[in-house]
Design a protein. Structure first.
Length: 255
C-alpha cells in the first residue's frame, strides 16, 4: 500500500515490530530523535544521532526506507549545553533527511531560543522540520511555534507541526496556513474519529494532514497508520485515507 509513518522512534522497536511494518504495507518511516534522558554532553548527543543513522541499514534489511530526523527535543536538553548541542546538530543535519523531533513543551524562553536556533539551521540547509507540541498548553505552543517559524523565515510547506488535536481554536489557527498538520493516532492524542471529522467538516485541510504513530518507548501502536487507513477505508474514505497515510507526507520529504 505504501504507508509512511511520519513520526516514529524506531530505535526503540524490536526486529519483529519492524517486520510487522514491512508485512503490513509500509513503504517508509520518518524515524526521529528522542532520548528518555537528557544528554550530559555534546558527545552523548552525537552518539544518539549516530544511532539514528544506523537505522537506515537496519530498516533496509526488512524492506523499509528510513528517513532520518535529528534534532534536540524540548524535554531532552540542558540549557547550559545548548551551544554545544547546536554545534553537534550542525555536523549531523546535513547527513539527515529531516530536522526533528524539535519543538516546545513548556514554551519557556530557553525552549523558544533553542527552537529558533534549530529552525535556522533547517532553513540554511533546506531541510524540512517536524515540530513537537505538548499534551498540555497545545494552543500556546502552536501559536509560539508559528511565531518562531515566521521570525526565522522557514517556508511553512516544509514544516510538520505535530501531535495536533481537534478543537475549534486549533482549527482556526491552522486554516489559511501552509504547514502540514501532524496527527498522532494514539490514546490521549488524535483518533480516527478526529480524522473523519476533518474529512467531513474541514475537507479544505485534507491535503495538509499527515498521520503517525509516535511509536517508541512509551505505550503506542507501531501499526497505527495502517490501522487508521483500514478504518477510514471501511467507512468509504479510501481516497482520503491514502492522502493522509502516504501521499501528503511525500510532499514534505520528497523521496
Amino acid at each position: 500500500m505504501g504507508f509512511i509513518d511520519s513520526h516514529i522512534h524506531t530505535i526503540f522497536l524490536s526486529w519483529g515490530e519492524l517486520l510487522d511494518l514491512a508485512y503490513s504495507g509500509y513503504e517508509a518511516v520518518i524515524t526521529v530523535a528522542y532520548t528518555p534522558y537528557v544528554p550530559r554532553s555534546r558527545e552523548s548527543l552525537a552518539d544518539h544521532f549516530e544511532h539514528l543513522m544506523l537505522e537506515v541499514d537496519r530498516l533496509k534489511s526488512v524492506g523499509l526506507r528510513a528517513f532520518v530526523g535529528v534534532g534536540i527535543h524540548p524535554r531532552c536538553f540542558r540549557p547550559e549545553l545548548i551551544n554545544g548541542y547546536v554545534e553537534v546538530l550542525r555536523e549531523y543535519l546535513p547527513r539527515a533527511d529531516v530536522l526533528g523531533e524539535v519543538g516546545l513543551e513548556s514554551c519557556s524562553d530557553v525552549e523558544v531560543e533553542l527552537l529558533r536556533k534549530q529552525l535556522g539551521l533547517a532553513k540554511e540547509l533546506g531541510k524540512p522540520a517536524i515540530i513537537h507540541t505538548p499534551r498540555a498548553n497545545k494552543v500556546k505552543a502552536l501559536k509560539t511555534a508559528l511565531k518562531v517559524i515566521e521570525e526565522v523565515g522557514v517556508p511553512e510547506d516544509k514544516v510538520i507541526i505535530d501531535h495536533l488535536t481537534i478543537s475549534n481554536e486549533i482549527i482556526e489557527l491552522v486554516k489559511g496556513r501552509s504547514f502540514y498538520i501532524g496527527m498522532t493516532i494514539q490514546q490521549g492524542k488524535a483518533s480516527v474519529k478526529d480524522l473523519i471529522y476533518i474529512i467531513e467538516e474541514h475537507s479544505d485541510l485534507l491535503d495538509r494532514v499527515v498521520i503517525n504513530s509516535d511509536a517508541g518507548r512509551d505505550p503506542s501502536d507501531p501499526l497505527a497508520v495502517a490501522t487508521a487507513y483500514e478504518e477510514l477505508a471501511d467507512e468509504g474514505y479510501v481516497t482520503e485515507a491514502l492522502k493522509i497515510a502516504s501521499i501528503n507526507v511525500k510532499k514534505v520529504i520528497k523521496p
